[in-house]
Design a protein around this ligand. Structure first.
Ligand code: 5GP
Length: 125
């Protein structure tokens, strides 16, 4: 289902630079920025510039190539920030904790081995 006609999501407003965010990566079709409420030592959100897909199921059905590109961007961010290893989370549906209905992935990771040993270091997402 399309989100056309709805109010712009908070992520569309970040993409339009209407509200500030710490942007860490950008391609023609994707943008990645630090989560405002991090659940791990590294917590980056990757979202599509096109807001038409509400969740990863819709993105996988509608544009699997873009989903694959998103995963590649996640790996690049992890290579730069989290020793190349990461958790990739797509909350799908309000009951799962999704609050922004503009498809996005959470890239969660640790910076050092010591972080990895910390209790709850990758949060509860
Ligand atoms: P969801 O709960 O939909 O899976 O993830 C939405 C994420 O967006 C949350 O982790 C939340 O902290 C983040 N978020 C919400 N509003 C903003 C904002 O204005 N700026 C940034 N950088 N992150 C936001």
């Amino acid at each position: 289902m399309s989100s056309q006609g709805a109010e712009p999501s908070i992520f569309s407003r970040i993409i339009a630079r209407e509200i500030p965010a710490t942007i860490v990566a950008e391609t023609d079709r994707l943008i990645a920025f630090e989560d405002i409420a991090p659940q791990a030592p590294v917590h980056v959100v990757i979202t599509t510039k096109d807001p038409q897909y509400r969740n990863v199921v819709e993105l996988a059905a509608g544009d699997p190539g873009l989903l694959a590109e998103l995963v590649r961007v996640a790996q690049t961010i992890a290579d730069e920030r989290t020793m190349g290893q990461f958790r990739l989370v797509f909350n799908t549906g309000a009951a799962s904790g999704q609050t922004v209905f503009h498809v996005h992935a959470h890239v969660l990771g640790v910076v050092t081995v010591a972080d990895a040993l910390g209790e709850g270091s990758l949060g509860s997402l």
